[in-house]
Design a protein around this ligand. Structure first.
Ligand code: SF4
Length: 200
């Protein structure tokens, strides 16, 4: 997977009339994350990799003063908690249908609406953090600055919706199925946090 440089990732849209920071201690930055990073209970049977949440990620956010926007699980939104689908159909196949893509597009529109609202107040969205490489809804695979077709159905809908609103956020999977890959992803996020200013 080729990854764009941090510098290229930091070019996000800047609202024309950002009101600037309010007079309190908030940090002004946030990251957009998939549901199961903070609640493993939403994962499909056999897919949880820790009892509750990715605490190392939470610790990084806390230490760097970064808020977290948690997105609802797209598989549950489209297929229900049990990922209901015809026998012999994979979750990916069930999600990559007109109905599944519509559910993901609706969810993406709702999430991006919240991101835009915060950005218009001057709060800075740092990145979208998705899931493992084989996640039907949330895998992140990149070809230059584009997500490639094997990415999760929801991630593809989310990038398209963000770009419709002039937002070009970096995407990265938090690949917790592999301790080595997860360590790389957390290191990347730590570097991104250190390289971005608060406030747009
Ligand atoms: S679809 Fe996304 S949010 Fe839902 S369990 Fe899978 S990776 Fe997590």
């Amino acid at each position: 997977m080729s990854l764009p440089s941090l510098r290229s990732l930091l070019a996000v849209f800047k609202p024309e009339h950002s009101p600037g920071p309010p007079h309190d201690v908030r940090g002004g930055r946030f990251v957009v994350v998939i549901d199961c990073v903070l609640n493993q209970n939403v994962r499909d049977q056999g897919a949880a990799n820790c009892p509750a949440m990715n605490f190392e990620f939470l610790r990084l956010c806390h230490e760097n003063g970064i808020g977290i926007m948690q997105m609802p699980c797209p598989e549950i939104a489209a297929l229900g908690f049990k990922r209901q689908r015809p026998p012999g159909t994979s979750i990916r196949q069930a999600l990559d249908t007109p109905a599944g893509r519509l559910a993901c597009a609706d969810l993406a529109a709702s999430v991006v609406g919240r991101i835009v609202e915060l950005a218009e107040q001057g709060f800075r969205p740092l990145a979208v953090l998705g899931g493992n490489p084989r996640s039907p809804g949330c895998a992140v695979h990149q070809a230059a600055s584009e997500l490639s077709a094997e990415s999760g159905v929801f991630m593809l809908a989310l990038q398209a919706e963000l770009r419709r609103h002039g937002l070009d956020l970096p995407f990265r999977g938090l690949r917790d199925a592999s301790p080595e890959l997860l360590a790389e992803d957390l290191q990347w996020f730590g570097q991104l946090s250190a390289a971005t200013d608060a406030w747009l």
